[in-house]
Design a protein around this ligand. Structure first.
Ligand code: TMP
Ligand code: ASP
Length: 356
């Protein structure tokens, strides 16, 4: 297997390999989704490559941590490139075209923001800050804004909006999850890519290389700043984060999508479970794109399922499921709500079920 791989890209911390094109699945005539293998290295650089070193075991920690975070985010509705973990240092991912815009989300002043705005490191930010950086080694990844993104044609306005929405969502999900591990998510950097169908998907990695993580109790830094600032105990810090996250991850796997602490045990969010605890009648509305309308999300799900070996899956339509609690079960009024707001009858089909 290994000798038929082609190196697509070697970065500072990772190598991206192209693997032989997947064979058509017998009897279906459909090819599996193209995938890449990411290999995580122990090499560490900082300050645009001016500082170089090795963090032993980092590749393994970052690979395993990224997998846990991607699985969590995916379950909570943030699409990611993650497909599966191949080994301690290798991950199978969807093939994407990377958007050359890095998205940084900040909850607490630290690093370059503290410096730029003259804030003491550790100052909580009144509002979450989102920043964009132009992914360019030659230019040293400069800070840019929406106008720069537009003028350089790095991403469309819609793509940038989607990246920002997903980044803020990831901030909520990861912040909550890390708090359970006794870690404060100070800030982090995300990268996104486009699928062949044009869907924006979270890519790259989520690790102590790309996040600032401070111990809740002691304020100790458990991230790459230990390497950047020669604080010592770098390897131990990475291992500590992996240890804590692994302990907590078993619990996250049991949570329902959108689940919170104290959520009842993994009940599937099926129509049947959406009965009104209040005793008031409910309408369950299902909205899908019309079969004549292209559904990129559905196409992406179909390809991902086929990559996982579910070759029996044909067309996939992704839609919305809406539950309304009502005063009385009046089908005409619900139909009107669907037409006027819940569905767009030009491009979407809808149907609903009403409690007796
Ligand atoms: P900064 O404060 O140095 O701008 O970093 C903000 C966040 O982004 C921090 O969590 C580290 C992460 N980061 C990267 O992942 N790669 C980079 O090249 C830089 C500069 C920061
Ligand atoms: N500047 C980045 C950092 O400090 C990495 C790099 O330049 O290689 O993490």
């Amino acid at each position: 297997m290994t000798n038929s791989r082609r190196k697509v890209h070697e970065g500072k911390a990772k190598i991206v390999w192209e693997i032989p094109p997947p064979r058509d699945m017998p009897g279906t005539g459909r090819a599996q989704e193209p995938a890449f293998v990411i290999e995580f290295k122990d090499d560490a650089t900082a300050f645009d490559g001016r500082k170089r070193g090795l963090i032993e075991g980092k590749g393994r920690v970052n690979n395993l941590l990224s997998a846990i975070f991607f699985e969590l985010l995916e379950r909570e509705g943030v699409p990611t490139h993650y497909l599966k973990t191949l080994s301690d240092r290798e991950m199978l991912v969807r093939r994407l075209e990377i958007v050359p815009v890095e998205v940084v989300v900040r909850n607490v002043a630290a690093g370059s923001l503290a410096k730029r705005l003259g804030l003491a490191e550790g100052t909580p930010l009144a509002r979450t800050v989102v920043e964009f950086y132009y992914k360019s080694d030659e230019l040293g990844d400069p800070l840019i804004n929406r106008h720069h993104v537009r003028t350089l044609g790095l991403a469309t306005d819609e793509e940038l909006d989607r990246m920002e929405t997903l980044a803020l969502r990831a901030n909520d999900i990861l912040g909550r999850a890390l708090a359970e591990c006794g870690l404060r998510l100070i800030d982090f950097k995300l990268e996104f890519g486009r699928t062949d169908a044009g869907e924006i998907v979270l890519a790259d990695e989520i690790s102590p290389d790309t996040c600032r993580l401070w111990d809740v109790e002691s304020g100790e830094r458990l991230d790459k700043d230990r390497f950047r600032r020669d604080l010592g105990g770098v390897e131990e810090a990475y291992e500590e984060v992996l240890h804590r996250v692994r302990e907590a991850a078993a619990k996250w796997r049991d949570l329902r999508p959108g689940g919170r602490e104290g959520a009842e045990p993994a009940a599937p969010a099926s129509p049947a479970s959406a009965d009104a605890p209040s005793g008031r009648p409910r309408a369950r509305v299902f909205v899908t794109l019309k079969s004549t309308v292209l559904d990129p999300q559905g196409a992406a799900v179909r390809r991902a399922l086929q990559t996982l070996g579910y070759t029996e899956v044909g067309d996939v339509r992704v839609g919305k499921f809406i539950v309304l609690e009502l005063e009385e079960a009046d089908p005409e009024r619900v139909d009107e709500m669907c037409r006027r707001l819940l569905a767009n009858p030009v491009i979407e089909d809808y149907r609903f079920e009403l409690d007796e």
